[in-house]
Design a protein around this ligand. Structure first.
Ligand code: NAD
Length: 315
């Protein structure tokens, strides 16, 4: 079978950077075109500047590079989104609509679109949140993502578009510093622990959130995209779970390696966002439909994070 020719949008982001490298390792460097409105910090070429709101340029790129698969990652995240709802709606939702319309028009084989635990809201059960449940998000980010999920399902049912999606939990990685998300503390804490032996957390000590180490997120994404289309039964977005922890628990894990590490708490507006989400996720549909399983627990992740974070990346 011919390898896919892949377009990644938002490729310079926390997930895009790592997913680009993983896809290039799997399919070959020239099979994967990275695009963003910023230059990539790793593995730059092949790269094209692409603002997802420029539909004309998006279509030109699809033609010029004979694209057959799209990983559509470009978005504004939960905390950033609150500063500019209209811009968030345009990028997150109109961007996705352009991708889906052009995917149908240009007979793209497969599209991946990440959703988020940010689709959940105060009426959602907080423990073992089911796949199908009450979804009433209170951030503009969550609103754009749940609308995107419903439209993805609609385009699949109406036009047979093979679009697949995961509700990522908070993603933890050392390759780049995340910006604008509510779970960013769980990455920052490792940099500060290693460099300064202390960290001031913007969430309260007992705020439980679902999280996942980057290699598991990449594995899930590749597994979902490789699955037989008949096994992909959820066409809104799959719940996906690995580890859930609080700031106090991750601090205790870090203290096992850096005993002098100290955490203090100064919650800001992100606390309310975190409290509107859930603490743990039931991902049995992903496990049953396409064989999802995670590899990393908090202990193994902490060892790797402390080993790999580059403290020169923070002031
Ligand atoms: P990120 O903010 O690190 O990266 C997003 C990228 O999109 C950035 O490189 C940015 O330059 C780019 N971008 C912004 N506006 C653009 C535009 N108009 N045109 C083209 N590119 C644009 O985000 P991330 O953490 O890598 O997340 C990637 C995707 O995964 C997003 O859709 C996000 O909603 C989803 N997600 C991420 C997490 C997480 O914890 N990181 C959790 C759940 C869902």
């Amino acid at each position: 079978m011919k390898p896919p020719k892949i377009l990644i949008t938002g490729a310079n982001g926390q997930i895009g950077n790592v997913l680009t490298i993983a896809l290039r390792e799997k399919y070959g460097k020239n099979q994967v075109l990275a695009t963003d409105i910023q230059k990539l910090t790793h593995e730059n070429e092949p790269y094209e500047f692409l603002d997802i709101l420029n539909t004309q340029r998006l279509e030109e790129i699809i033609h010029e590079h004979k694209i057959t698969q799209i990983y559509h990652l470009a978005a504004l995240l939960s905390a950033s989104g609150e500063y500019n709802p209209l811009k968030t709606w345009n990028i997150n939702l109109n961007g996705l609509m352009s991708i889906m319309e052009l995917a149908i028009k240009n007979k793209i084989d497969q599209v991946f679109f990440p959703s988020t635990i940010g689709v959940f809201g105060k009426t959602t059960p907080k423990v073992n949140t089911p796949q199908h449940t009450s979804i009433e998000p209170e951030t503009v980010y969550g609103i754009t993502k749940v609308t995107g999920e419903l439209l993805a399902n609609y385009y699949h049912k109406r036009y047979d578009l093979d679009i697949r999606s995961i509700r990522y939990p908070g993603i933890i990685s050392y390759q780049s510093l995340p910006v604008g998300g509510t779970t960013d503390y769980a990455v920052e804490i490792y940099y500060h622990a290693k460099k300064y032996k202390k960290y001031e957390c913007f969430l309260k000590a007992d705020t439980m959130l679902p999280m996942m180490y980057m290699p598991d997120a990449v594995k899930a994404t590749l597994n979902l995209m490789e699955a037989d289309p008949r096994d992909v039964k959820v066409r809104t977005s799959y719940n996906l779970s690995a580890i859930s922890f609080t700031p106090a628990q991750i601090a205790a894990e870090i203290k096992k390696h850096i005993p002098e590490f100290e955490i203090t708490y100064k919650p800001d507006f992100r606390q309310a966002i975190a409290e509107s989400w859930t603490g743990s996720i039931d991902d049995s549909s992903a496990r049953a439909d396409w064989g999802w399983s995670h590899d990393y627990d908090i202990a193994r992740m902490t060892v790797e994070m402390l080993e790999n974070v580059d403290v020169n990346m923070i002031d």
